[in-house]
Design a protein around this ligand. Structure first.
Ligand code: 5GP
Ligand code: MN
Length: 328
């Protein structure tokens, strides 16, 4: 963990990156890192591969950030003039998407990865990988504390840490929660953090379309596979359009399937441009990350993984069903 202190103290300007389709932990840890560096008097810029869902935008307020997808060539080159880079909540260059991966070829400066996903690849000068951390945000705080830097955590930084921890732990309920998770919470709340405001911004920000899509998905597009602990929800592009889908609207649907009594493995599959995006969740003795990586070009954690397929929705689901014995 010393490498973090080293890289921070020996450079003045930083590029902070995170993964494609950034989730709460990606945005939370990136914004926390941004405010931490600003508090130290450093220059920082956050680079996201693509736009975050609307409900995460408020957490980027006062963060100097760019979306790689929306930048022209010149702006992309400008970004590389930083002295060092920090890579949060992902552990392989592929997770930033095909376009932004190019940036890793151009980054010749010192870099550090901070992440909690299994099976990290080495693509930065230093790597801090802790698979037992509930979230990258929690790991980030642990790194600060280990280096005696936690006094630079202000309210803005604390909000980011809380956001990442809250979203990656299902509001502090998943097996990844440990005593240290609550230690960090104790520290953040002691600073005066308003946790209610963060829960409301994430969970009480639904549109009618989102709730109706959710209702439709559960009523019309959910299938429990007989004689197995497996449930799936599939949504087509037409389903999404019917409910005026916006990015983030299907967030958490896979957990609804997992919440059914007797279901221990859940799949959410949604049609997207050129294929299907899949979200896997599991509990108990069932794990999904290897399955996602072996068959659907994905990966993630034991109990929460993702993947994709270039086939149609129907073909993808048939293929998934033909592979169930492996999951079981
Ligand atoms: P989600 O289902 O919320 O998109 O992702 C769940 C977990 O799986 C996250 O930890 C995420 O990092 C990982 N994940 C999601 N999609 C992919 C993917 O396409 N490739 C890999 N390697 N991991 C993924
Ligand atoms: Mn995470």
């Amino acid at each position: 963990m010393d490498s973090f202190k080293h890289i921070v103290s020996s450079h003045l300007s930083f590029l902070i990156t995170t993964h494609k389709s950034p989730d709460g932990d990606a945005i939370g840890s990136a914004s926390a890192c941004y405010f931490f560096l600003k508090n130290l008097g450093k220059e920082a810029i956050v680079l996201l591969p693509d736009s975050p869902a609307d409900f995460l935008i408020p957490f980027l307020q006062n963060v100097n950030y760019r979306v790689y997808d929306l930048l022209d060539e010149q702006a992309r080159i400008e970004l590389l003039k930083v002295e060092a880079s920090i890579h949060l909540d992902y552990n392989s260059p592929s997770r930033v998407g095909e376009d932004m991966q190019d940036i890793f070829k151009s980054l010749t400066r010192p870099s550090i990865m901070i992440d909690h996903h299994p099976n990290p690849s080495i693509f930065t000068t230093w790597s801090i990988s802790k698979v037992t951390s509930s979230s990258t945000a929690e790991l980030f705080y642990e790194i600060l504390e280990n280096n005696g830097l936690e006094n630079h955590v202000d309210m803005a930084c604390a909000r980011g840490i809380y956001l990442g921890m809250m979203t990656d732990t299902g509001s502090f309920r998943f097996p990844s929660v440990c005593a240290y998770t609550h230690h960090v919470l104790e520290r953040l709340l002691s600073l005066g953090l308003n946790h209610v405001e963060i829960h409301e911004a994430i969970y009480d920000d639904n549109t009618v379309g989102k709730l109706q899509l959710r209702g439709f998905a559960i009523a019309e597009r959910m299938e429990l596979i007989p004689n197995t602990p497996i449930g799936i929800i599939t949504l087509s592009g037409d389903d999404l359009r019917r409910f005026n889908y916006k990015k983030g609207d299907t967030e958490g649907l896979v957990n609804v399937v997992l919440s059914i009594k007797g279901i221990h493995i859940a799949l959410f599959a949604v049609e997207k441009e050129g294929g299907v995006k899949m979200s896997f969740r599991s509990k108990g003795t069932y794990y999904v990350n290897e399955f996602a990586s072996n068959h659907f070009n994905g990966g993630g954690h034991k109990y929460a993984a993702g993947g994709e397929s270039k086939d149609s929705l129907d073909v993808t689901i048939s293929r998934f069903k033909s592979l169930l014995h492996e999951l079981l």
